[in-house]
Each structure stands twice: as C-alpha cells, then as structure tokens.
Design a protein around this ligand. Structure first.
Ligand code: ADE
Ligand code: ZN
Length: 338
C-alpha cells in the first residue's frame, strides 16, 4: 500500500497541464484591493478579510455575483498582464507545463474595456511564460451564456482581428436556463473560423445540456460534465467520441455540486473509462490551485496511484498541445510512476 505522502510527492512533482482555468478567477483578494486602489475604484468590501469571508457559496450564481464584482477593478492592459503573470508564476512552481486559459471578454466589454486591452495584456504574460520557462499555452475566449446570442456574435466580431491569438471558444456563466442550443449559430460560426469548441455543461445543468453540447454544438471537449453520470448512454457517447472532461474538484465542493470530497465522482468517471482531468476553475475563490486540487483528491477521496497516473496522462491526452511535446511528457509520467 503506497503512503499518501508518496502519492502527494508524485502529484506535486509530475508534469501536468491545466485545461480549465478562468483567468478572472485567479484574482486573489490582495491583488484585487491593490488594483482597486490604483485604479480608484471602490469595492463593496472594506477589507481583504471581509472580502474573503464572502467566499462561501451555496450555488454557482452566488459565486458568479462575486466574480463579476471582482473583475470590475481590471482596467488597463497592465492589469490583465499582471493578473495573468501572477497565475502563471504560481502554476509554474507546481510543475504545470501547459495551460489553456479562458477569458470572459463580455465581462469587460460591458464596462468599457476594449477587447485589445484585455487580450494584449493576457497574451503578453503567456508569451513571457513561454520565453522564460518553455511553458506552452492556448487561449480560449468564452461567451457568457446569461447574455444574448446577439451579444456573443458582437463579441466574436471584435475577436476577428485577434484570431491568431485565440485557439478555442467556450461557454460559461449561469448554466441553468441557458442551454448550449441557445448559442448553436454562434458556435457554428466559430467552427467555420477554425476555432475549437469547449462548453461548460453538466456542472449544475442536466444531462440534456451535455447531449446538446455533443450532438448540436459538436464540442471538442466538455468542461465539468459531472452530471453525465446520470445517463449511461451519454457516458457511452462521450467515451465513443473520446471527449475529455475538465473536472474541477475544489470548485465542485465550493459550489455545492458535490456535498463532500469523499463523494467526488472523479473516481467513478475514471472507472467508467471517461477521460477526466483535474483543474482549478477559479482558484482564488475556491481555495486552491492545481496541486491543491490533487491534494484533496489524494487526502479525501482515496485516490490510488493508478488513478493519479491516469489523471496525469489524461491531462496531456486532452490538451491542445504539440504532439511531440505531449509524447515527451507522457513518457516522463511513465518513468515517474514506474
Ligand atoms: N465562470 C467562472 N467560473 C465558472 C464556473 N465554474 N461555471 C460557470 N461559469 C464560470
Ligand atoms: Zn469554469
């Protein structure tokens, strides 16, 4: 029987990717107050401690209300750069070698922050991480599903001059009442532009939303996907299409998608052959970055060595990464776990 401390060492030391990360969700309270001060914007919280006390959510919407408030202090290109670089520095120290980052342009456009201000700041940080540490990356533009199809189309239009920086499009925000089919035409347009598609589905929403994502939007990946486990036929279909699920353990606990980490479904997903991966979603709000997510699975969900190895491998198999680089890290994982 392998000791938990050995598994933790493996998890921390193994190369890994992060495939589900909202850059606005990496906004630490300290940095948020710093930006608020320099941009002369008042937050509705009087101190860092008071803000952190608000990090208790009973569902996705309660979190999103705070998340949109938090991002309101992001104004300049330098803000977006510093936010992104702080995240990349953190995960570089956790042996993350490839990241795929969501950003929510509509959350900033509606506050008068231009598309180029946002993307140029984020991209500069990503390129710096690539130069400094050889970290590879993809940038994913995400549409807010509580807004209209028209707003998504307007956003896509603004993205056109920046398409060489954007690899994929996503769909996030309030899931219930906003099924993927609401955005069918936008995602068709995105596919025609050569963009990959990944959609938040089955976090709070029913299996029907995941079916729509697969059948109608023809997604390349599924974000969360937890509720696919309620439908055996859907599980078979996801396996048949070899779709990766970007699962977020600490997020699921914080947003009450799961009641207890000991009941987290990621083990069941693996046992059913699903290509589940571990990700942090909005680490500043949910209590931890990549290694913290692996840690809770090891300490509270009885993750085995084989399961950990599978998760590490899935994180590369499901990544939009150069094939030689993928193989290099898959080989490293084999060696590390031998
Ligand atoms: N935006 C940021 N985090 C999200 C999540 N977990 N679900 C939906 N939208 C989000
Ligand atoms: Zn998410």
């Amino acid at each position: 029987m392998i000791e938990k401390s050995n598994l933790l060492d493996l998890a921390f030391n193994m190369p890994k990717t992060e495939l589900h990360l909202h850059i606005e969700g990496t906004f630490e309270a300290e940095q948020m107050f710093e930006f608020a001060l320099r941009n002369k914007i008042s937050l509705s919280y009087t101190s860092i401690e008071q803000l952190k006390q608000a990090y208790s959510f009973s569902n996705l919407q309660e979190f999103l209300d705070l998340y949109y408030q938090g991002m309101s202090v992001l104004i300049t290109e330098q803000d977006f750069y510093e936010l992104t670089f702080a995240y990349l520095t953190k995960v570089h120290s956790q042996n993350v070698v490839h990241v795929e980052i969501f950003f929510d342009p509509q959350g900033h456009l509606e506050r008068g922050i231009s598309f180029s201000t946002q993307i140029n700041g984020i991209y500069r940080a990503l390129k710096e991480a690539e130069t400094n540490w050889g970290m590879s990356f993809k940038l994913i533009m995400s549409f807010l599903r509580h807004l209209s199809e028209e707003s998504a189309f307007n956003t896509l239009e603004q993205a056109i001059p920046h398409l060489e920086k954007i690899y994929a499009v996503g769909l996030d925000s309030s899931e219930l009442g906003h099924p993927p089919e609401k955005f069918l035409r936008v995602f068709k347009a995105c596919k025609n532009l050569g963009l990959k598609v990944t959609v938040h589905a089955g976090e709070e929403g029913p299996p029907k939303y995941i079916w729509q994502a697969v059948n109608e939007l023809k997604v390349d990946r599924i974000d969360h996907g937890n509720r696919c486990l309620e439908d055996d036929e859907l599980v078979q279909r996801i396996n048949h299409e070899q779709l990766t699920l970007t699962v977020c353990p600490l997020s699921n606990k914080k947003l009450c998608v799961v009641n207890d980490m000991s009941q987290h479904p990621i083990k069941e997903m693996l046992h059913k052959g699903l290509a589940a991966t571990v990700n942090s979603d909005d680490p500043a709000y949910f209590g931890g970055y990549m290694n913290d997510n692996y840690q809770v699975l090891i300490e509270q969900s009885e993750l085995t060595k084989d399961e950990l190895k599978q998760l590490a491998k899935n994180s590369f198999s499901g990544a939009w990464i150069n094939p030689d680089r993928r193989q290099l890290f898959l080989n490293q994982i084999d060696t590390l776990f031998a």
